[in-house]
Design a protein around this ligand. Structure first.
Ligand code: FEO
Length: 169
């Protein structure tokens, strides 16, 4: 059974995912402002993914007969010291989201809510990818340091990212 407690916790995650979209859009805006349009594109695609995550959770809650009370979305930061600081923030944020998903899985298991537990496994796998993507870019930026050529090449690479709707959606 889908408890009210589980429903409220899942609704909290809807908010966290939409906040993530807001955070990445804010990073998109900052990166545009310093003319790193490829990195900005990467953040825009990331924001699209977060909207997808939020909506996937939202739809599941409704499907289980839950009610979603939409909460206020916090204002994200708007400036960072460097592209490296942006991606370090993104990586730290994904680690935090992983913790939130793990808490939801713990609750689903405590409640013996197998359907929610199975649904959340998709997010567990997704978080492995999310963390790997962000930390991979952090490592590249650390290697690049102050090399303008390296930064330009990475910006070009990240400019090719596109959003494709996951098949399980
Ligand atoms: Fe929806 Fe980036 O986790």
């Amino acid at each position: 059974m889908f408890s009210e407690k589980m429903s409220e916790a899942m609704a909290g995650q809807v908010n966290a995912e939409y906040y993530s979209a807001y955070l990445y859009l804010s990073m998109n805006s900052y990166l545009h402002s310093i003319n790193l349009s490829g990195m900005a594109n990467w953040m825009n695609m990331q924001a699209q993914e977060e909207l997808f995550h939020g909506t996937k959770l939202y739809n599941f809650i409704l499907e289980r007969g839950g009610r979603v009370i939409l909460a206020k979305i916090d204002q994200p930061p708007s400036a960072w010291d460097s592209p490296l600081a942006v991606f370090e923030n993104a990586y730290a944020h994904e680690q935090k989201v992983t913790g939130l998903i793990n808490d939801l899985v713990d609750l689903a298991q405590e409640e013996r809510d197998h359907a929610t537990n199975i649904f959340l496994q998709w997010f567990i796998s997704e978080q492995v990818e999310e963390e790997a993507n962000a930390s991979g870019i952090v490592h590249k930026l650390q290697l690049i340091g102050n090399d303008a050529g390296g930064l330009f090449a990475l910006d070009q690479e990240l400019g090719s990212r596109v959003f494709t709707m996951p098949a399980s959606g």
